[in-house]
Write a protein that binds this ligand. Structure first.
Ligand SMILES: Cc1ncc(COP(=O)(O)O)c(C=O)c1O
Length: 372
């Protein structure tokens, strides 16, 4: 059977590097709520330059806690061009999602679209740093301030990204990262709430533990959303490799783009603004049918039959999912981008020969099309 090139893979270390920590966890009997989680929180907060990092079981759970902790009521403006997990915490908190459109080049939520949707019922903006590119945070911060709204970022893709020299994690009231296996910083499964708000951090600490403050007299209905010591151990090893992993991922992405552009100079990628450092959680191609004469779906299919895994992130956009359809509203740029983007395989330890192979298959696709 021919080898498949995966869309991504976690870049881990040899097992021996984890062994001592895993042994310590087992021998201590402290499987959760102990020193490795605290150390992971300390290191991540130091890296981001924020007051608090609260480790949780997933980014989704972190967002659920943040929205609850901010005491929101009413409408939350969110992008539709995002993963489902941006919307679910809004719904679980009994809030109403209102879908804003995005920018056609960066795929980020468009602050002008957000502003047009603000009403007396709006309580917050929840924006996603798509594929690791931080949103236009200064413009969103100005809007939030002007209209007295809370501002939260779904930073699932963006641990290690920055905009204007400011590390993602420092914008708005809180940012929530994912540490699932597809992220550069991984704990296998996990999330991090980053905030400078003492009260919110305390709420999340309690909230991840049923809402308990040690008295068993819960003031609110929390979640069971702790990070275990094993997950933190994997995260601590991942922190050690973070700079190297970011560097190799970025250089692979740049190499990939250069090579593809040599085959087809009219190709477009997600625009990375000059003041942005992205994690390249995804290397996303924009297949403009009008310019190129073929569709995203045709390219996706060609890669598939050639054992190359690609993803149509984010398609369909959130407002087309059954759970969100009743909240749908016109978002034309989202529709266009969602039907045109394709994420290519990329990970920090991806062999360069695999990148060359993907480029070769792309070249064959172009060649085959010319023949037909
Ligand atoms: C934008 C976005 N938000 C949230 C999540 C959910 O993360 P988790 O699986 O840690 O809950 C993901 C998952 O990849 C995501 O892509």
């Amino acid at each position: 059977m021919k080898k498949t090139i995966p869309i991504t893979r976690p870049t881990l270390e040899p097992y021996a590097k984890y062994d001592a920590m895993f042994r310590r966890i087992i021998e201590s009997g402290m499987l959760t709520n102990s020193s490795l989680v605290k150390e992971f929180e300390r290191q991540t907060a130091e890296y981001l330059g924020v007051k608090h990092c609260v480790a949780v079981s997933t980014c989704t759970a972190g967002l659920m806690l943040v929205l609850k902790g901010l005491g929101l009521k009413g409408e939350v403006i969110i992008p539709s061009f995002t993963f489902t997990a941006t919307g679910h915490p809004v719904m679980w908190n009994g809030l109403t999602p209102v879908f804003a459109d995005i920018k056609p080049d960066t795929f980020e939520i468009d602050p002008d679209s957000v502003e047009r949707l603000i009403t007396k019922n709006t309580c917050a903006i929840l924006a996603t740093h798509v594929f690791g590119v931080p949103c236009e945070a200064p413009a969103l911060q100005a809007l939030a301030k002007k209209h007295k709204l809370k501002l939260i970022f779904d930073a699932a893709h963006a641990f290690g990204s920055s905009r204007g020299g400011i590390q993602a994690g420092n914008f708005g009231d809180a940012e929530v990262f994912s540490c699932s296996p597809t992220k550069v910083l991984t704990t296998a499964e996990g999330g991090i709430v980053a905030t400078n708000n003492d009260r919110l951090a305390e709420f999340c600490r309690r909230g991840r533990n049923y809402g308990d403050d040690g008295t068993f007299d819960e003031a609110f209905a929390g979640l069971s959303a702790r990070m275990s010591e094993f997950h933190a151990a994997i995260g601590l090893r991942s922190m050690k490799r973070l700079s190297a992993n970011l560097k190799s991922r970025r250089s692979r992405a740049e190499y990939f783009k250069k090579k593809l552009l040599r085959v087809e100079s009219r190709l477009q990628f997600q625009t990375i603004p000059a003041d942005v450092e992205t994690t390249y959680k995804d290397l996303s191609l924009f297949v403009d049918e009008k310019t190129l004469g073929y569709t995203r779906d045709e390219l996706h299919e060609y890669f598939k039959i050639n054992n190359i895994s690609t993803r149509k992130y984010f398609h369909p956009p959130l407002h087309h999912h059954a759970a969100y359809r009743s909240y749908g509203r016109p978002v034309p740029v989202t529709e266009l981008v969602s039907s045109s983007v394709l994420s290519l395989p990329l990970y920090s330890s991806m062999p360069m020969k695999d990148i060359d192979h993907v480029v070769k298959v792309f070249s064959a696709f172009i060649h085959d099309r010319k023949k037909t």
